[in-house]
Design a protein around this ligand. Structure first.
Ligand code: G3P
Ligand code: CA
Length: 262
């Protein structure tokens, strides 16, 4: 096999905070990323959408309803309109056990604001969402990574193979992870993993759709495997037993406590 990027040692089990510490604070807000950093996450995971004028916005959904008090598509809102949204109050209502006054009125960040806030003090696992809705997102992302000199501190991931290949062609040094919600298992895994290995350093897979043999096959190829989203200690134990190279979790504190106990 061609040797994968050596930028991240394979024996390093990465703690990846999914949408920040999103089990404890509103996802994709600065407070959620702050918390993830405080909890020693190796990477903060975040998703990209684009505003009407094409600015890279940090948000999971292509519409703002679920995580803000606004309505409509992110694509149809200007940055100014997006900045008026409250991205924190929904969390307090949805998760009263974790509610905090400071979450009320949390802003939707741009990717550049996240880079400005954390710079090289943390690593970034950045997901390109729906590239067909967010035209040119690959080039914009690469430009920002270069401006903030984060080439060695960023993993780019996507469910879109096309988008990852486009990114890889522009910049082969930034490591990529191919997200696959339903990976081919057993004998069918080989072909899929071989194809991924041409441009990516590993796979990000739904933890409910993999098995021990799959993790073994990925590891034997020298690829990384980052299952999502691992929130219970039981699942952490199972994934760790199987030998995954990263854990994507909404609760970096639980992962810390698991690591301390094991
Ligand atoms: O990191 C992988 C995971 O984030 C993919 O699913 O829907 O949470 O973006 P989603
Ligand atoms: Ca994501």
């Amino acid at each position: 096999f061609p040797s994968p990027s050596s930028a991240i040692p394979l024996n390093q089990m990465l703690k990846i905070a999914h949408r920040g510490a999103s089990g404890l604070a509103p996802e994709h807000t600065m407070v959620s990323f702050d918390l993830a950093k405080k909890m020693d996450a190796d990477y903060i995971e975040l998703d990209l959408q684009t505003s009407k004028e094409g600015t890279l916005i940090v948000m999971h959904d292509s519409t703002v309803e679920r995580t803000t008090d606004g309505t409509g598509s992110v694509n149809n809102l200007t940055l100014k309109q997006i900045k008026e949204l409250d991205a924190g109050s929904w969390f307090n209502k949805e998760y009263p056990e974790h509610a905090r006054d400071e979450y009320i009125g949390a802003k939707v960040p741009t990717l550049e604001e996240v880079f400005q806030r954390f710079g090289q003090s943390i690593n970034y696992c950045i997901e390109i969402k729906e590239p067909e809705l967010n035209q040119g997102v690959e080039k914009k992302l690469l430009d920002l990574i270069r401006t903030y000199k984060l080439e060695e501190q960023t993993i780019v991931q996507s469910f879109s193979e096309k988008s990852l290949k486009k990114f890889h062609q522009m910049e082969p040094e930034v490591p990529l992870i191919q997200l696959i919600s339903r990976p081919n298992l057993g004998r069918k895994a080989k072909k899929q993993l071989e194809a991924v290995q041409a441009y990516a350093i590993g796979v990000g897979v739904n933890m409910n759709r993999i098995n021990e043999d799959y993790v073994k096959q990925v590891n034997e190829r020298g690829l990384r495997i980052h299952p999502y989203t691992i929130n219970s200690k039981e699942d952490m134990s199972r994934m760790m037993d199987w030998g995954v190279t990263g854990i994507i979790t909404n609760f970096p504190d639980r992962l810390n406590s698991w690591l301390k106990d094991n």
